[in-house]
Design a protein around this ligand. Structure first.
Ligand SMILES: [Zn+2]
Length: 499
C-alpha cells in the first residue's frame, strides 16, 4: 500500500541526475577541474554499485542503507513492528530542511534529512581524525591507532580550534552565499580517512535515528497551516520528547554497530565511536540550524543541552574524559555560529596548508572569505554601506536600509522592490526560511532594478543581513554554557550582535 509518506518521499526525490549536471556546470564555470574529475570518478563508481538506480545518486543509496540499519536495530530494542514499517527516510537537496520527521494523517511518517547535514557531520569527524593523526604522529614510539583514540580522551584534543572553525564557517558561508554544500579537505593518513568515514557514518545514523525515534515513540504534532494533510515536524520545544528521541537514537546507533561487528573488542571500539559520533552530530545540527536559517519550521535543542543529556548516560569516569574531548569542538561550534562583529571570519590565507586543502581556485576561496567578513559587520555598517552606495536614482537602497534598522523588515523589502505578498511571507516567523532564499529574492530585485552587476552581491548581502537581524524569533530554549558550566545565555544568533 502506498502511504502519504511514500507519496511525499517520491515528490522530494529530487532528480539527482539533473542536480549532478548542474553541479558539474558550476564547477566548470569556477575552473575547479580537479574537483570535477573527482565528482566524475565518484559517479562512475556509483553506476557500478549494486544499489545503483537511475535518477538516484550515492547519497540516496547511503540513506536507504542507514534507514534499514536503524530499523533492524530498533526492532532489536523492542520498537513496534507497525511503527517501523510505516516510517520512510529520504535525503533532500532542499536547503529549507535540516533534519525532521513529518507525521501524516494516515499514521505514516517521513524522515527528511538535507544532503548538507552529512557534509557538516563529516567536517567534525574529519577534525577528530586529524586530532588522532597528530597524536599518533607525536607519540615517541609507534602506537596503535585505537590506543591513540582511547588516549585522546585523557587529555585535551590537540587544539587547532581554528581549523574546525574554518571547516564549519567555509561550509555554512557557502550555503548562505550559494546554497551549495561544499567542504574543505582535511589531510589525513589512510587510517585517519577510515576513522573519519566510520565516524561520519555513525553520526549520520544518529541524525536519522533521532527523527525516526520520534515516529517510533509516537510523538505527534499539530497540523501544518501551509500544507493540508501534513503535520508540523515532530521536533519541538518539548525537552522530554527530544531527550527520549535522543536516547533511543543513541541506543539504536550503538545497537546497529553491534549487529555488524565481530568480537568483543570491535564492539567496544564501535561503542566508543558511536558516542563521539552522536555528540558531533548534535553540534553539526546546531551549526546548521543556527546559521543556515533565518527562521526554522522546527528545531532541535541547542547542542550544549543535548550533549549534556547524552553525557549523563555515560559512566562518571567516561563522562569526564568525554567532556574534555568535547571542549575544543564546542568552542569551535560557538565560534562557527557567531556572525557578530566579534566573529573571526573564514580566511583561506590563515589556514595551515599542511592540515587542509581545497580543489577550488584561490579566487573562489578568497570570495568566500570576503562574503563571511561582510556578513559579520554591524547593523550600522550595513545601513551606511547601502546609504553610501545610493545615488539620486537609487535612493531607495538607503531608505530600505533605514526601514529595516527601524524594525520594519517587510516594508524595507518592499522598498527594495520585493512584492508585498512575498515580503510578508519572508517575514512570517512560522515559515521555514533559509538565509540564501532571502538573499536570492533581494538579489533578483536589485538586478531587475538595474544595480550594476559588481554591486549586486555585496548590496544584497548587506540588505539580507539587515532583514535577518530583524525577523529572527527569540529561541525557546535556554542554552547552557558550551564549556560545561552553568546556564548561560544562548550563543549569539546569526546576525545578532550581543547586547
Ligand atoms: Zn527532535
Amino acid at each position: 500500500m502506498t502511504t502519504l509518506a511514500d507519496r511525499k518521499r517520491a515528490l522530494l526525490q529530487a532528480d539527482r541526475e539533473a542536480a549532478l549536471a548542474e553541479k558539474r556546470r558550476q564547477l566548470r564555470e569556477l575552473g575547479a577541474h580537479d574537483l570535477l574529475r573527482q565528482v566524475d570518478e565518484a559517479s562512475a563508481d556509483w553506476r557500478k554499485d549494486p544499489r545503483y538506480k537511475p535518477g538516484a545518486d550515492l547519497s540516496v543509496g547511503f540513506v536507504d542503507m542507514v534507514g534499514e540499519e536503524l530499523k533492524a536495530a530498533m526492532a532489536d530494542l523492542g520498537a513496534s513492528a507497525a511503527r517501523l514499517e510505516s516510517v520512510r527516510v529520504v535525503t533532500t537537496l532542499d536547503q529549507a530542511v535540516s533534519a525532521q520527521m513529518t507525521p501524516f494523517d494516515d499514521g505514516s511518517g517521513l524522515v527528511i534529512v538535507a544532503d548538507g547535514i552529512f557534509g557538516m557531520c563529516s567536517s567534525y569527524c574529519q577534525y577528530l581524525a586529524l586530532c588522532a593523526d597528530k597524536r599518533s604522529h607525536a607519540a615517541s614510539r609507534p602506537t596503535a591507532f585505537w590506543r591513540v583514540l582511547r588516549d585522546l580522551g585523557k587529555g585535551e584534543l590537540f587544539g587547532h580550534e581554528d581549523v574546525l572553525t574554518a571547516l564549519l564557517r567555509y561550509h555554512t558561508t557557502h550555503q548562505r552565499a550559494l546554497a551549495a554544500s561544499t567542504q574543505l579537505g582535511v589531510r589525513l593518513s589512510p587510517e585517519g580517512e577510515r576513522y573519519a568515514w566510520q565516524l561520519s557514518h555513525l553520526a549520520y545514523r544518529f541524525v536519522v535515528g533521532h527523527e525516526m525515534a520520534h515516529h517510533v515513540l509516537g510523538h505527534s504534532s499539530g497540523p501544518s497551516a501551509f500544507a493540508p494533510g501534513e503535520r508540523l515536524p515532530a521536533c519541538s520545544a518539548d525537552d522530554r520528547r527530544e531527550r527520549d528521541a535522543d536516547r533511543l537514537a543513541f541506543q539504536a546507533t550503538r545497537r546497529a554497530s553491534e549487529r555488524l561487528s565481530h568480537g568483543r573488542w570491535e564492539t567496544l571500539g564501535m561503542r566508543e565511536r558511536a558516542t563521539m559520533a552522536a555528540l558531533m552530530a548534535m553540534m553539526a545540527l546546531h551549526v546548521a540550524e543556527r546559521t543556515l536559517f533565518v527562521h526554522h519550521g522546527g528545531s532541535h535543542p541547542p547542542a550544549a543541552v543535548r550533549t549534556g543529556w547524552l553525557l549523563e548516560q555515560l559512566k562518571p569516569g567516561k563522562q569526564q574524559s568525554t567532556r574534555r574531548l568535547l571542549r575544543v569542538p564546542m568552542k569551535a561550534t560557538k565560534a562557527a555560529t557567531d556572525l557578530s562583529e566579534h566573529a573571526r571570519p573564514f580566511s583561506w590565507q590563515a589556514l595551515d596548508p599542511d592540515l587542509v586543502f581545497s580543489p577550488m581556485p584561490p579566487s573562489h576561496l578568497e570570495a568566500i572569505g570576503e562574503f563571511d567578513a561582510m556578513q559579520c559587520e554591524t547593523e550600522a555598517f550595513h545601513v551606511s554601506w547601502l546609504e553610501r552606495h545610493a545615488t539620486a536614482d537609487t535612493a531607495w537602497l538607503g531608505e530600505g536600509a533605514r526601514l529595516a534598522a527601524a524594525g520594519e523588515p517587510a516594508p524595507a523589502l518592499q522598498r527594495w522592490g520585493v512584492d508585498a505578498g512575498t515580503s510578508r511571507t519572508l517575514c512570517d516567523p512560522r515559515r521555514a526560511l533559509t538565509f540564501f532564499t532571502l538573499k536570492d529574492h533581494i538579489t533578483r530585485s536589485f538586478t531587475e532594478r538595474g544595480i550594476a552587476e559588481q554591486w549586486v552581491a555585496p548590496h544584497a548581502l548587506a540588505a539580507s543581513m539587515l532583514i535577518a537581524r530583524r525577523v529572527q524569533p527569540r529561541r525557546a530554549h535556554l542554552a547552557q554554557d558550551p564549556d560545561g558550566g552553568g546556564p548561560a545565555q544562548e550563543p549569539p544568533m546569526p546576525g545578532i550582535s550581543p547586547g
